[in-house]
Design a protein around this ligand. Structure first.
Ligand code: SF4
Length: 232
């Protein structure tokens, strides 16, 4: 399933139906796409699917990832994958978790007593996180003259897929550039298998400090979210 969102009308139709066979996608074969890479393993399947149809550039911009050692591993995995696939990649290698965490926390509305939660609810923090990374991708794609942008997060069964799509569509409108949408979750196992064959670093948690705490402390994500497969 895939679709592009060139204008409001198309957007509305696509959001409602979002079922277009891959072969009908209106991407010119000479088109250039900037693909946000959340990590190496998640990027394999989406990029391989796009490569026959578009000139793909990878874009690593993930200020959510913490701590530094983990950040470096994911940068290197993205570069390694780009080498395997012979694509160009642009990496934002500056590690700056504090501005990200501060901005994330201030994006969460305070409760009735005016207090913000110490551990932000997962759905709210992921919404901020998706938008932050996708907005930078949309902005960069527009500035560098790409035809469209997309994200490897559309591959993950552990992300809020519908939310990612809606944010991508919204940003496409705001930046005047196409958002390439496809439900890549069907390639879940293939992505895992290929990443193991390539020996790519495979992370154990999503990326931010909160997801790391949840992963290693057994803490459940705050209400309003879940880590269930195929989360929408
Ligand atoms: S769980 Fe993942 S998507 Fe959500 S805020 Fe943390 S790093 Fe971002």
């Amino acid at each position: 399933m895939c679709s592009l969102f060139p204008d409001n009308a198309a957007r509305a139709a696509s959001v409602d139906t979002a079922v277009v066979e891959r072969k009908t996608v209106e991407v010119k074969t000479e088109g250039r796409i900037l693909v946000h890479m959340c990590c190496g393993p998640c990027s394999i399947y989406p990029i391989k699917a796009m490569l026959p149809r578009m000139a793909v550039w990878g874009y690593f911009h993930n200020p959510n990832i913490h701590p530094y050692a983990e950040f470096r591993k994911r940068v290197e995995a993205a570069k390694t994958l780009a080498g395997y696939l012979s694509i160009d990649i642009i990496c934002d290698e500056e590690y700056r978790p504090l501005p990200f965490i501060r901005a994330l926390k201030s994006s969460i509305p305070p409760d009735a007593s005016g207090t913000r939660p110490r551990h932000p609810p997962k759905d709210a923090r992921c919404a901020f996180c998706y938008r932050t990374r996708l907005e930078e991708t949309a902005r960069a794609a527009k500035e560098m003259g790409f035809d469209c942008f997309s994200t490897s997060m559309l591959y993950s069964r552990y992300q809020y897929h519908k939310m990612i799509k809606e944010i991508g569509v919204d940003l496409a409108e705001r930046y005047g550039i196409l958002f390439y949408y496809e439900d890549f979750r069907d390639g879940w196992q293939e992505g895992i298998d290929r990443s193991k064959e390539m020996g790519l670093y495979r992370q154990r948690y999503c990326g931010c400090i909160y997801s790391r705490i949840e992963r290693y402390s057994g803490k459940k994500p705050n209400k309003g979210n879940s880590l269930q497969k195929k989360a929408d």
